[in-house]
Design a binder for this molecule. Sequence first.
Ligand SMILES: *[C@@H]1O[C@H](CO)[C@@H](O)[C@H](O)[C@H]1NC(C)=O
Ligand SMILES: *[C@@H]1O[C@H](CO)[C@@H](O)[C@H](O)[C@H]1NC(C)=O
Ligand SMILES: *[C@@H]1O[C@H](CO)[C@@H](O)[C@H](O)[C@H]1NC(C)=O
Ligand SMILES: *[C@@H]1O[C@H](CO)[C@@H](O)[C@H](O)[C@H]1NC(C)=O
Ligand SMILES: *[C@@H]1O[C@H](CO)[C@@H](O)[C@H](O)[C@H]1NC(C)=O
Ligand SMILES: *[C@@H]1O[C@H](CO)[C@@H](O)[C@H](O)[C@H]1NC(C)=O
Length: 360
Amino acid sequence: MFWIMIVVSLLSVLGLSTASKPFDALVIHRPHVDVIAEHNGNITLLSGINGNISILPGANETGSVYFDGEDLLYLIKLVVSLPPVWEEHSPFGYVGEFHSGDRVNIQLKATDPEGTKITYNLIGGELPPGIKLDPVSGILKGLAPNTEDLFTFTIRATDAHGKQADNVFKMLIRGANKCDSNPCTHEGQCHEGNGSYTCRCAHPYGGRTCNLDCRSNSLGVRQSLRWIPDAQMTAHKSNGNSYAYSGRRDGGSWHGVDRDSWLQVDLGNVTRVYGTVMQYAGSRSYTSSYYLQYSTDGDNFHNYTVAGQLTQFSAGASTYTRPLPEPIDARFVRFHPIGWYSSYGPYMRVDVLGCHYYTL
Ligand SMILES: *[C@@H]1O[C@H](CO)[C@@H](O)[C@H](O)[C@H]1NC(C)=O
Ligand SMILES: *[C@@H]1O[C@H](CO)[C@@H](O)[C@H](O)[C@H]1NC(C)=O
Ligand SMILES: *[C@@H]1O[C@H](CO)[C@@H](O)[C@H](O)[C@H]1NC(C)=O
Ligand SMILES: *[C@@H]1O[C@H](CO)[C@@H](O)[C@H](O)[C@H]1NC(C)=O
Ligand SMILES: *[C@@H]1O[C@H](CO)[C@@H](O)[C@H](O)[C@H]1NC(C)=O
Ligand SMILES: *[C@@H]1O[C@H](CO)[C@@H](O)[C@H](O)[C@H]1NC(C)=O
């Protein structure tokens, strides 16, 4: 009531003044109340002692009071509004460890005490490549990258009043867990190592995934493989111009002179040998029995024996796979003929069976 009267008088004085000469100040005096509008733009409202000044935005309270163009209620909310509060994610903001290729889906959450909507933004550090932050939901999503690293990043939660709270997060990315797919067959044990795996194979298996049966796995003397180069095949007392490298299984055949002749294979490295193959050269030219010598250094050769007895392997006019009763670790394997069928000394075409040592 009192207020409305002031406004009315203000308007009437304004109307009066504009009609007359320019004024320096508009001054309304009521008992204990002054309203002063100065020409320089200052407005002064003075109430009497213990008086209140009220600004009412409209009779039914749906209007607004604006302060420098901003809704005064909003400004007040802004001043009293509290910043968002991050939920406890884990000690030190650690959000987890992921292996390369893992699907990441983590809800980061902050709440505003006033209940307004939060938006989330990365303001420091970096997210792992391939992981994205949804600013609306606060969800970290993506596929863990193929790298080994600890990622540290700062996320800012901002409420509708612009109040902010920051939180630092950490995410550890590891290379793919290579043993997870059970790559080792035949009950081989898988060992993680440096982004890869190795298999410790159970006897008698070998190869990178224990997929090879070492008892039948050719080490590559045979003609169709030839992993053993010609230069790694040598012989003692060859017949005529017979070459050691012809003594490969399915090759041309090596031809010795007598029982002092031998054919030697250098496997290139110490290898676990599980057996040998002896193949005939023709129905009337073959070795019928032989023994083996082996060496790791090419200098000191041992006879292959079992319980102190030299092991003699029999063969004939066909192809014979001759497993060793006990596998040996050898780089050099020598085939010594004992008996043969042919008038001109022993013929041999051989192969060596086993697995490379590092794959055992
Ligand atoms: C407005 O009022 C303030 C406070 O009294 C004063 O310091 C200022 O000089 C005034 N502005 C002008 C333009 O006179
Ligand atoms: C002025 O405000 C005080 C405190 O809110 C209140 O107690 C008082 O009644 C008000 N005076 C008038 C005249 O409205
Ligand atoms: C309240 O004010 C609004 C506009 O500000 C108007 O549309 C409405 O009719 C008013 N209501 C009453 C009951 O006066
Ligand atoms: C992994 O391999 C890298 C280079 O190949 C090497 O520097 C590092 O020491 C290896 N780490 C382990 C745990 O073997
Ligand atoms: C020979 O074997 C050893 C392990 O016994 C391995 O470190 C080395 O690389 C091998 N050499 C070749 C040429 O395969
Ligand atoms: C290996 O056996 C052969 C045939 O019995 C024999 O002549 C030779 O002396 C033996 N060599 C060794 C090193 O025992």
